[in-house]
Design a protein around this ligand. Structure first.
Ligand SMILES: Cc1cc2nc3c(=O)[nH]c(=O)nc-3n(C[C@H](O)[C@H](O)[C@H](O)COP(=O)(O)O)c2cc1C
Length: 366
């Protein structure tokens, strides 16, 4: 091949070897991926400003000056302020009753401790802003906004040398963010784990690539193999954004029950539902998502209210390690996650498979 097909403008922009971005909540995964030559973004939406600052220091000490990213959520729909109790008082009795019915039918115990949601930046805009201030103060190399348009932070970020990536699921969101001046745009499809829209990865990526000009496009949603990486580059992306891929890695701090569920799961074991957070979100199916999908279930509330409702179920399931109740966000590519490998091995295997896919199609002498 004339040149290394994996050497993209995203690699040049970030100074990385491989155009693979890991989204993870686990610091050990992030460090392993970065030290293997790829890039990692640590999800910090569930952390206090002090915890975010401590995590940033922890990572920096282990990556020898290499770049890293921090992800927060900035949902426009969250209230301006208000604590958990204020928000909880607004949940209608019909929805509380339905949640109580699920608890009864599935013998869901009480959580062992207070529900950890009070730290979630999506609860109100004041909390999201305090988290964001840490990212600015710490001058992290890359800030990504997994939810919400980051345009309002661009000037302050760029003034501190921070690159900002926006994540979108629709072409018009991409147009707005590219126009505002984001440094890269993550085009994420329906296949993805977590909050995601309804357009498939194979459609949204080339659609956004066609209008992105020089702004690198990063493909997200269902990317779990080297073939996906090769395909994403052919669709016009300069890299891939991956989440599910790392959940069952050796370094991942997911519960072993979840890791085993993920290793056994296929695309059909996932569901796209508003029942967890109020926004469309892909997770493994579980009694909570299945109950809300029934025809007689109430319509899920908007964010963050539905999240308050689901949080007790989720925490109880995890606190008591109830295999029948536990679930995790997972994308449709989960079927290709079949063994528990070290994160650096996942990077190398993906690179090797992608190069193999290019060679197979183009031939060595092309
Ligand atoms: C367990 C898990 C938790 C996630 N939490 C967040 C989050 O807190 N913030 C966010 O922006 N994205 C979150 N995501 C979504 C990822 O950033 C990413 O968009 C998605 O995983 C890509 O799709 P894939 O899993 O098919 O690779 C999460 C994904 C997973 C698997």
């Amino acid at each position: 091949m004339p040149r290394d097909p994996l050497r993209t403008k995203l690699c040049d922009m970030l100074g990385i070897e491989y155009p693979i971005i890991a989204f993870t909540h686990c610091k050990d995964v992030a460090v392993a991926v970065i030290n293997a030559g790829a890039f990692a973004v640590l999800g910090e939406a569930m952390h206090t400003p002090d915890e975010i600052a401590a995590d940033i220091r922890w990572i920096r000490e282990r990556i020898d000056g290499k770049p890293y990213g921090i992800d927060l959520v900035l949902p426009a729909s969250s209230p301006l302020e208000g604590g958990l109790e204020d928000l909880e008082s607004k949940i209608p009795a019909s929805h509380r009753d339905f949640a109580a019915g699920i608890a009864k039918r599935h013998d869901v115990p009480e959580p062992k401790g207070p529900v950890a949601l009070h730290r979630w930046g999506g609860l109100n805009q004041q909390m999201a802003r305090a988290q964001l201030d840490v990212v600015l103060d710490e001058r992290v190399p890359v800030f990504t906004s997994g939810l919400g348009n980051p345009a309002f932070i661009l000037e302050a970020a760029h003034a501190r040398g921070i690159k900002v990536f926006g994540l979108i699921g629709k072409k018009r969101q991409a147009e707005r963010e590219i126009e505002a001046g984001v440094d890269a745009i993550i085009a994420q499809g329906y296949d993805a784990a977590g909050h995601t829209g309804t357009i498939g990865t194979f459609s949204i990526v080339p659609e956004v690539a066609a209008i992105a000009g020089n702004t690198p496009v990063i493909a997200g949603g269902g990317v779990t193999t080297g073939r996906h990486l090769a395909a994403a580059l052919c669709l016009g992306a300069s890299g891939v954004w991956t989440g599910t891929l790392w959940l069952a890695s050796r370094e991942s701090d997911e519960d072993m029950i979840i890791k085993e569920k993920l290793l056994a799961a296929s695309a059909e074991d996932t569901t796209h539902s508003r029942s967890v957070s109020g926004m469309t979100m892909r997770t493994l199916k579980c009694p909570w998502t299945e109950e809300w999908a029934k025809p007689d279930a109430p319509r899920p509330l908007s964010a963050p209210y539905q999240m308050l409702l689901s949080a007790r179920y989720t925490q109880a399931a995890n606190d008591h390690r109830r295999e029948d109740l536990m679930y995790e966000a997972a994308g449709q590519g989960v079927g290709f996650v079949t063994s528990m490998k070290p994160a650096r091995q996942i990077v190398f295997d993906m690179v090797e498979e992608a190069l193999g896919a290019f060679e197979e199609r183009v031939g060595d002498d092309a």
